[in-house]
Design a protein around this ligand. Structure first.
Ligand SMILES: *[C@@H]1O[C@H](CO)[C@@H](O)[C@H](O)[C@H]1NC(C)=O
Ligand SMILES: *[C@@H]1O[C@H](CO)[C@@H](O)[C@H](O)[C@H]1NC(C)=O
Ligand SMILES: *[C@@H]1O[C@H](CO)[C@@H](O)[C@H](O)[C@H]1NC(C)=O
Ligand SMILES: *[C@@H]1O[C@H](CO)[C@@H](O)[C@H](O)[C@H]1NC(C)=O
Ligand SMILES: [Cu+2]
Length: 557
């Protein structure tokens, strides 16, 4: 025994050093297929899981590692994986979105996503083809840092998601049905916490005096979660993978796809147990007819059998806002080279449908993945037009700083996600609108960053407001930006940034296996959005045209 300890310690030390220098290879095998589950005590339904199970286990890695995600497709349609929040610097072809960055993996085929793990923080992995994430194909991804700037004793993960008794395809059919001017409100569904029916999820355990890092992730599709921790102080230290100056908050409002880490120091006594409160809601759903916010309470156990104490929550909890936080790295607001204005919303179209748009363009996929157009069209790749009339492509110059101002005159908030970057949150204010602004919104105050602006990859654009964001185009690639509410995504609220195609053409080689996936589906791996030369878009169907809407309507969805 006596000799053993030092040897083990030495071996451990060696292992740690090896990890520090080389990083390790973390191999995860995912066989993606259909499963039958009853996750919310309503009924069995078909869903999409991994290795025959749902929830999909979270994936853990450490900065410096290489994560090999082996994906075998056992579905009857193509699939792909997006590592939400990873910048894929130099590897835009691994970003995932089907027909943006790759052709989906055909049924019966496999592909290995090899991710360089250089961003510590809280992320998630999800399907990015056919909205498979909405049917369960999603899991947290936690990246530890051996040199993390914050002190804590233990890491605890809490994932939140909304879950419905019908498959997403059923919902999509109703959403896109011309018979519905505005689709009927989606049933509220149930919340799952760490993959299990909300109120019945496993407790978390606190020990007096210890400090915990709670990672809060909304991997859902349609609902926000308000998180409070009565009786405890919450210090926010991370937002969407980016460290922020520790900031005490009373509550956090977590939109689909957003993440936060908070530090919580346990109380000094084991006299009482406590509960956290995760309330699922959507501000745009009128709270009636069973669509009231749903409160879920999770146990925090100090001592088994101790009575629960639920301190009075404030009548007015302060839910923190993006502009209340400051980036930990102290980076000042970037000096702007170019301003881009966008309006997002919902309109009636000549097809009889109500669809969503960004700058009047309803996104629909091109016939060639946009990245492959950028790589194969030479100088023409610098013109937005080559990416087709239905992708809303904006071409960015290498290293320019863009400020994007997005107006949302709509009656609902939209959590927009930008791939490939985190952007600085500069300002919120009252949106300009072609429609009369309801009085209740007219006094919306402007909120602006102070100090070093916070950065994140998914932000809520509140209803009737605009947001200003900045980022530097320092990541050549093709990056999707879309609403992370999948019902809006499917209605076309999406566009692509094509960043530095000239640099891409000099530096990027797409793995031949990926090109092969296209060929076997009869998809070209070169050419414009229609798979032709130059600006010949023959074969590409016309995008839907906006028709007049009745005056005064802003478009509920
Ligand atoms: C939980 O939080 C919601 C709002 O975030 C609040 O309305 C509700 O009263 C809280 N419930 C409890 C039991 O604290
Ligand atoms: C969860 O449990 C709490 C406390 O018992 C209850 O107030 C709440 O309504 C439950 N939530 C749901 C959605 O059933
Ligand atoms: C979008 O269409 C509306 C008319 O429906 C028009 O007033 C507006 O200028 C258009 N915006 C853009 C960016 O094309
Ligand atoms: C990508 O890598 C380049 C070169 O190392 C770096 O300058 C740039 O900041 C990186 N961009 C992002 C978004 O990580
Ligand atoms: Cu939306």
């Amino acid at each position: 025994m006596r000799g053993l300890f030092p040897r083990t310690a030495a071996a451990l030390l060696l292992l740690c050093q090896a990890q520090f220098v080389l990083g390790k290879r973390v191999v995860v095998d995912w066989n993606v297929g259909y499963v039958n589950v009853n996750r919310d005590n309503t009924k069995m339904r078909r869903a999409i899981g991994v290795n025959g199970a749902l929830p999909i286990l979270p994936v853990f890695a450490t900065k410096g590692d290489t994560l090999i995600l082996n994906v075998a497709n056992s579905l009857d349609e193509t699939t792909s994986v997006h590592a939400h929040g990873l910048f894929q610097n130099g590897t835009s072809y691994l970003d995932g979105p089907a027909m943006v960055n790759q052709c989906g993996i055909p049924p019966g085929e496999s592909f290995s996503y090899e991710y360089m793990i250089d961003q510590p923080g809280t992320y998630w992995l999800h399907g990015h083809d056919h909205h498979q994430n909405s049917d369960g194909f999603r899991a947290p991804l936690v990246i530890y840092d051996n040199h993390n700037p914050f002190d804590y004793d233990e890491d605890i993960l809490l994932s939140f998601e909304d879950w419905y008794k019908e498959e997403f395809a059923e919902r999509a059919k109703i959403t896109l049905d011309p018979a519905f001017a505005f689709p009927p409100p989606h049933g509220y569904g149930h919340a799952l916490i760490n993959g299990y029916n909300g109120n019945y999820t496993k407790p978390i355990y606190f020990h007096p005096g210890k400090t915990y890092r709670l990672r809060l992730i909304n991997i859902g599709t349609l609902r926000w979660f308000q998180f409070t921790l009565p009786g405890h102080e919450m210090r926010v230290i991370e937002m969407d993978g980016i460290d922020i100056e520790p900031q005490v908050v009373e509550g956090l409002d977590i939109a689909p796809a957003q993440r936060y880490s908070i530090l919580v120091t346990a109380r000094n006594s084991v006299e009482f147990n406590y509960r956290y409160n995760a309330t699922m809601y959507a501000s745009f759903v009128p709270p009636s007819n069973g669509l009231e916010p749903r409160v879920y309470l999770g146990d925090i156990i100090y001592r088994e059998g101790a009575p629960f104490k639920m301190p009075n929550s404030h009548s007015q909890t302060w839910f923190a806002d993006d502009v209340d936080f400051h980036s930990f790295d102290g980076e000042p607001a970037l000096p702007v080279d170019r301003s881009i204005r966008m309006t997002i919303g919902n309109n009636p179209y000549h097809t009889g449908q109500h669809l969503d748009h960004i700058n009047n363009i309803t996104y629909s996929p091109p016939k060639v993945p946009t990245l492959y157009t950028a790589l194969t069209m030479g100088e023409v790749a610098m013109t937005p037009r080559v990416y087709g009339p239905q992708t809303g492509a904006v071409v960015l110059k290498h290293l320019e700083v863009v400020e994007v101002t997005i107006h949302n005159p709509n009656d609902m908030p939209h959590p927009l996600h930008l791939h490939g970057h985190a952007f600085q949150i500069i300002e919120y204010g009252l949106a300009e609108s072609p429609f009369p602004t309801p009085d209740t919104f007219k006094n919306t105050p402007t909120r602006r960053y102070s100090g070093s602006p916070a950065k994140r990859d998914t932000m809520t654009i509140p209803m009737h407001q605009y947001i200003k964001l900045r980022f530097r185009a320092d990541n050549p690639g093709v990056w999707f930006m879309h609403c992370h509410l999948d019902v809006h995504f499917i209605m076309g609220m999406a566009m692509v940034f094509v960043e530095a195609p000239d640099v891409l053409q000099r530096t990027m080689t797409v793995p031949p296996q990926m090109l092969d996936f296209c060929k076997r589906q009869g998809v070209h791996t070169w050419g414009n959005a229609a798979g032709n030369d130059g600006y010949n878009f023959g074969g590409l169907s016309d995008p839907p045209r906006i028709v007049a809407r009745p005056p005064g309507t802003t478009g509920h969805t």
